[in-house]
Write a new protein. Sequence first.
Length: 367
Amino acid sequence: MANPNDFVIENGVLKKYIGPGGDVVVPDSVTEIGEGAFEKNSSLTTVILPDGLTKIGAEAFCECDSLKTVELPPRLEEIGGMAFYCCKGLRVLHVPETVKEFPYHCFFMAKGTIVIHGAETVLSKNAFESARVKIVAPYHSIKNIPTELKKAAVLGLCSAIAEEYPVPEDTITEYSQYLKRQKKNFEFELRKDKSLLLFMSKQSLLTPEELETLKNGMPTLDQELLPLIDELLKQAYESTSTKKTENSNSVSALKRQWSYKVLDDGTITITNYKGMDTEVTVPEVIGKNHVTALSYQVFAPYRLLQPRTMEQTRIVENLSLVRIPASIVRIENNTFSNSNSVLKLVAPAGSYAEQYAKEHGIPFEAE
């Protein structure tokens, strides 16, 4: 902490800090940080500014390379040129909405994360020239951010989301669409930045194949990301499998696999199996209609009506398992006529399908 003798103050302007550095609390009487007030203080680590402060002068914290934290007050209006020049130890700097612009070289060669709270604060490339910062600007459209700063803005937003910082849904959507278009330009960052990897995965911007490529991207891949990539791969493959199942259960997919008719009471009777699998699951529902019956020769290799192709005949002759839902309450005697002797029916215990299997000598397994 600082004592009054550490400051040279004139008419509310802090002209010079002459203390030992470390953690510094600027007196409440100060309304302006003068030009170069803390310049080249290599021992300065934290600065807490008074609420009444409205201006930070040019080069105020220039080359304070150990400075980690500066608490900017809510009434701050102006930050001077090169104010945070070469501040390479900065962690997070929250800029209030009252600051409308950043002057030339304000963050030249600085590092850290700059959080912009104002929607009207102008972001200029000159202010961030040669800086290695992340910019969190949740109220700025990515379209209005200079090209040179877009990558910093994307990385900053991803970091903010990872830390559960509140970000409008519209901003998340816009940044996601931008990343989808610019994915190739972020290949290097993906190998280094955990928050970017998490964001792109959550937004379904990375396929399992792309994750595999990323995993094999040695030696540029940060090894600490390997466990995360393995977990994301697992989730991606599970999601792909679920989507395939959902797609296979869509009405259009079911129509390719089954012929059926909708009865007057709204229930469905299946009239033919047209699929190419030897292990089959009879659908419980098609669209909004429940399947309740299996009609004449649905699984018969040779049909009198709607004859099968040679390939379809071979498939049905080799059926090994038919899974039947509890919704089925009627199966015709010749539904499985001339079927494979190794055919097994699988259905809930006590269902109509179990009774049918016993009556017709077909192996049965309860599920």
